[in-house]
Ligand binder design. Sequence first.
Ligand code: COA
Length: 390
Amino acid sequence: MKIGIDKIGFYAPHLYVDMNKLAAARNVEPEKFTIGIGQEKMAVAPITQDPVTLAANAALIILDEEDRAKIDFVIFGTESGIDNSKSGAVYVHRLLGLNPNARSVEVKQACYGATAGIQMAKGHIALNPDSRVLVLASDIARYGLNTAGEATQGAGAVAMVISADPKILALEDQSAYLTADIMDFWRPIYSDFAFVDGKFSNEQYVLFFKTVWEQYKTKTNLGLNDFEAICFHLPYTKIGLKALRTILEEASEESQERLLANYQSSTLYNRNVGNIYTGSLYLSLVSLLEQSEQFKSGSRIGLFSYGSGAVGEFFTGILQPNYQEYLYSEKHAELFASRTEVSIEEYEKMFQQTVPVDGSTAVFGSTNDPAPIQLKGIKDNMRQYENKTN
Ligand code: COA
């Protein structure tokens, strides 16, 4: 039985910062951000968007009534969740009006959480072929103003329906994975901001990639020429290229050209949204599928997932016939086209506006947020959400 991605959509907040202007404000050469790091625009979340609303807005793009009835497992991958006990999946389940007979959980392992979610979903569908699983990857990446990590922030979510006989990508069974207890990036429960050893995390990312790639080749006897494209976890778009370059010589000249060209397509959306942690790899997959010419059915796509701390995995999928008909390219194009730029001053102000943590009531009155699902405030320590489509 084929199991894999039946639907995939993403959502990003409607506001962004131009990286050239951020560079000017931080006295950095713009090329450092646009070439050295490889980012053009960085999505900024208004107070009315949090990881729950971002995920619910992403899912709203892809779900129909049949999905709502058949989804019996909601898996929410995040590393910036809003509660240390209750899962974001339960909120999304209610906001989307899903079938009550469902399991709903949150999965955490830095940017790897949603990949664990996909593997769990695969197992669930193998046992329950008629059901569907909603896998969400949603985060707001915050390193702090004036920090080295500031240029690698962003906000957004990816939603995927995993099912039998998927219309887009059938996941293959072989995959290679690795865990090592390292301190390259972490966020203690008491901290709003992540701690990161940036250079070390870059080194470990590449090392994990090379290790799981070698393991994958040994397990499968496949090589780089067998791949149409490889998508990477992209905290910033330059990093995947660094990893790809370490193995590129294993491919024929023709394959090298193909892989490099497809790498560019797989980074376009990420370049314009920024880092969305758990969703970054899957945003890259959406970008590849929507921004490339149609690939042949049967083409193999590689996916490298990395979650600091750290867990890495290399897994693969096979593109299904006419997969392009099932993408949400137009909706995503509209989303990009309707965004509004904010100045650095406005971004800094928004960055500092946070949900009260002292039990006081807050109402986030009229904002210009066009998102259908929003955080309207907080009362008695309970976040108040609204789905305007209800
Ligand atoms: N033109 C072109 N490139 C330039 C440049 C210019 N004017 N100025 C600098 N650069 C390049 C640097 O050479 C470097 O490229 P390289 O990595 O290929 O050598 C790149 O821009 C970044 O410069 P660097 O000095 O390393 O930046 P930094 O010390 O400010 O930190 C990160 C960059 C990514 C380490 C930092 O943003 C960070 O900590 N991010 C969060 C952690 C993260 O995303 N980790 C990823 C693994 S999950």
